[in-house]
Design a protein around this ligand. Sequence first.
Ligand code: PHE
Length: 350
Amino acid sequence: MTRADWEKSYVSAESALRDAGVENADLLKLEEVRVRFMGRKGALTELLKSLKDLSIEDKRELGPKAQGLKASFDALIDARKAALEDAGDAAALEKDAIDLTLPAIRPPKGRLHPLTTTLHEIARTFQLMGYSWAEGPFVEDERHNFSALNIPEGHPARDSHDTFYLQGLPLLLRTHTSTVQIHTMESIRPPLRVVCPGRAFRHEQIDATHSAIFHQVEGLVVDENIGLADLKGHLQTLLQKLLGASTKTRFRPSYFPFTEPSTEVDVKCFFCPGTGCAACKHTGWIEILGAGVVNPAVFKAAGYDEQKWSGFAFGVGVERVAMLLHGVPDIRAFYTNDLKFLKQFDENLL
Ligand code: PHE
C-alpha cells in the first residue's frame, strides 16, 4: 500500500465515522458501529494494520495520526454509552419514583380498654399498700354469693340483686365480687390483704349509669384490731391517688348484710357544678363504692375465729371511676366498642 492510498483510507474512515450517527445511536446500533470500525475487518482495524506496509518515516508520521483517530473513536463510543446509561437510570428512577416526604401510613395499634386500665390502676394502688391479687369464678353457688355473706334465703337483699340464675342448676352469675372474700378466707389464713378485681352480672335495666355486666375491685383486709378508721384511711388514699388530692368525697352510712357498720362513698359529680344531671341522678354526687367492717357472721361462715379477727371490705365500681376519670357521661359507651370512642384513650395511661 502506498502512502497516498493509506491517506485516502484515513480520510474515508474519518468521514465514515463522522457520518456513523454515534451521537443518536442506541446500544444495538453502537455495537454495529463498533464492529464496522473495530471488528476483524473493520475500517479502523484495517487502517492500523496497513501501517506496516509503509516506510519507517511514514509510519513514524502517520502512526500517531491513526492512533489519534482510534482514540477519538473510543471516546465517541464511550461518551454515547455513558449517556445512554444515565438516561436509562433516570428513566428507571422516574418510573419507580416514591415521594419520601409523604407521611407514612401508621399501622393500626391495639391498646388496653379504658376499663382495663382503670381496673389496673385501682388494683395497683392497693398493691402498693401491700394487698395481693386474687380472682374467683364468674359462675357461683348461692353460698359464696349470698349465704356465707350473711344473706340467707328469703333475705330482702337477695331480691335487690336481680340475679341471673343458670337454668336447671343451683348456680348463678356472681352479682358482686364479694364472693372472692369467701373463696379467699376458705383458702388462706389471716392476717391477709387482697384485692379481687373482676366482672359481675346483674339483670338490670340498662341506662346511662347501669349495665348488666360491670366490673368491681373487691378488697378484703383481715388482721387483729382492724376497724373503720383503717378502712377510711385506705379508701381515702385510693381516691386521692386516683382522682386527685382535691377530690371531694362523702362517706354515707349504709347497709350491707356482710359488713357492720357499712358505708357508701360518693364523689362530687364531675359533670355538673353540683346542680344535678343524668350522670349523678340529679343529686350532685356519684356513688363509687360500698364498704364496711366485716360482719362477724361472715368470719364464722368462712371458718375464721370471729373473736380473734377483725377486718374491713370494700367494692369499688370500676365503670363509675372510669366515667369520672375520663368524663364519660354514659356507661354504655364502654360496651359499644366504637373505635372512635376507644381510640381517645392513651395507651400509656397504665
Ligand atoms: N358487694 C357490694 C356491692 O356490690 C359492695 C361491698 C363490698 C360492700 C364489700 C361492702 C363490702 O354493692
